[in-house]
Design a protein around this ligand. Structure first.
Ligand code: MN
Length: 497
């Protein structure tokens, strides 16, 4: 009897230790945002991990130490900005004393203004990137930046960093699409900068239709979509254009570094992440699967990614047009990155993250602007369109994970279905099997651990109703087999909805 008890205690102890390790491991894994109650925030797709506070922001000691990208010399500056009076431009919009610096842009405007339009930032690439060579005859690109009421200081810093840190021959033009901002001069004045063009929408269109407008007017053969609060890093452009030049069906993104929304510090993001999502079509950064990680002998090699975050990427213009640009019935923001990612993979292309290309981005905790139809409804409409057009029978998992999407209006998808047929795209099953097999089921080990250590594991899942399968457990309406809910795919499969 005593022996049995001793054994039981030993087993429990071992289980407890393993559970603690598992919990710590979970904690270190990049997680998606806990704040995804639909009305809250998704700092433009790629923001989630910052919001979670679990972000992989760590200074990677394999990166080039102490080398910073230089600001341009004083005499170069006047040429860089052409006729723009930078001081007057920035002074035209300033924070009044006593105003909340976070109110209008959801980042610390005071700090952004204080920084000025140029600064040295750390070169966050792996040191081997600096010795890579690129073709001398790379084609040029049209940079497309869409914005709505962006702060002048962040917008100007984005443009200047592009001009400072790109070979001039690669920049055909910078097209700004002002999506009906309150002050037309935010954009117009910037067109005094050489190569910068400004187009203003006559009404609010959202980033999807704005980008299509930019793409249609672009004169270069390669499109580069860039967010309006970024700073590009050393040699950010060459790796991406090289990959697209070699194969025009590749759609490539940089590693997106983090610019702190509070103090604007430039922080290196982990180089071991790719884009993923859960069944509610909630974007998240995730670790590269271990077998792929083991197979990576060269850290400068591209990383295959199931989806892109969507804010920053490079794509061949004719390929963009061939694949049907964007679904222009999607509004304002959100979901377009899934639609594009599914389409690219299923219709003959591929998606990559290039570790030797780095772009810093201010990740925010909320959208600073209004959604005319409401944030949640817009996200549901857009993701529902993506699911209905591309996910085939797997869309039932989307509806199980996002029951509120049932019955919501999403407009006609006839055009997009015709497009899919015309392009002869592969079924979603192919995507699941070949591009993102990791989505299907939690591993058995995870299942057991999660079932054993509910209190530990649950603390993170409970706060994350959109992605945490525990939330499904807590609402048995959507699941008959409560225990199996820990693997949300199993749960969805047994869902009555
Ligand atoms: Mn953004």
């Amino acid at each position: 009897m005593r022996r049995i008890r001793a054994n039981a205690i030993a087993i429990l102890t071992v289980a407890w230790i393993l559970g603690t390790f598992y919990y710590l491991w979970q904690d270190n894994k990049p997680q998606s945002s806990p704040s995804s109650s639909a009305s809250q925030t998704r700092g433009r797709g790629h923001g989630q991990k910052v919001v979670s506070g679990r972000l992989e922001i760590h200074r990677d000691d394999r990166t080039i130490p102490l080398i910073v990208t230089q600001p341009p010399r004083a005499e170069g500056q006047s040429q860089l900005l052409g006729g723009l009076d930078e001081k007057a431009y920035l002074a035209g919009k300033q924070l009044k004393p006593g105003d909340d610096p976070y109110r209008d842009h959801a980042f610390n405007l005071q700090e952004s203004d204080r920084l000025g339009s140029e600064r040295a930032i750390r070169d966050t690439r792996h040191y081997r990137c600096a010795s890579l060579n690129y073709d001398a005859d790379l084609p040029s690109t049209s940079i497309i930046i869409t914005f709505h009421n962006e702060a002048r200081s962040t917008l100007l810093r984005t443009i200047k960093s592009v001009l400072m840190r790109s070979p001039p021959s690669l920049i055909q033009e910078i097209i700004l699409i002002d999506d009906f901002s309150s002050d037309p001069e935010d954009c117009q004045l910037l067109s005094q900068i050489p190569k910068v063009r400004c187009l203003r929408n006559g009404r609010r269109e959202g980033l999807i239709r704005s980008r299509v407008r930019g793409a249609n007017t672009a004169s270069a053969s390669i499109l580069t979509f860039l967010d309006s609060h970024c700073e590009v890093n050393t040699d950010w452009l060459q790796p991406m254009i090289q990959r697209v030049k070699e194969d025009h069906t590749r759609v490539v993104s940089p590693i997106i570094d983090v610019i702190s929304l509070d103090n604007f510090a430039y922080l290196a993001a982990s180089a071991d992440l790719r884009g993923g999502f859960d069944w509610s079509l909630h974007f998240k950064w995730e670790q590269i699967p271990i077998e792929q990680k083991m197979a990576r002998s060269d850290p400068t090699q591209p990383i295959r990614t199931p989806v892109i975050a969507g804010g920053i990427f490079v794509m061949d213009k004719s390929w963009f047009n061939h694949l049907g640009q964007y679904d222009t019935h999607m509004d304002i923001w959100g979901g377009e990155n899934f639609e594009l990612s599914f389409r690219v993979w299923m219709c003959g292309g591929s998606l990559e993250i290039l570790p030797c290309s780095r772009v810093g981005h201010v990740f925010r905790k909320r959208h600073p602007y209004d959604f005319p139809e409401g944030n949640a409804l817009t996200y549901i409409k857009n993701t529902r369109r993506a699911a209905e057009v591309w996910m085939d029978e797997y869309k039932q998992y989307y509806y199980s994970a996002r029951p509120s999407a049932q019955g919501k209006a999403f407009g006609s998808i006839a055009d997009r279905l015709t497009l899919r047929r015309k392009l002869n795209c592969k079924p979603f099953r192919w995507y699941m099997e070949n591009v993102y097999p990791e989505l299907r089921y939690s591993t058995l080990t995870e299942l057991i651990f999660k079932a054993t250590f509910i209190p530990l594991w649950g603390s993170s899942a409970i706060t994350n109703p959109n992605t945490g399968s525990l939330s499904l457990l807590l609402s048995p309406r959507y699941c008959y087999l409560a225990l199996l809910c820990f693997s949300q795919n199993v749960c969805c499969a047994t869902s009555p909805t």
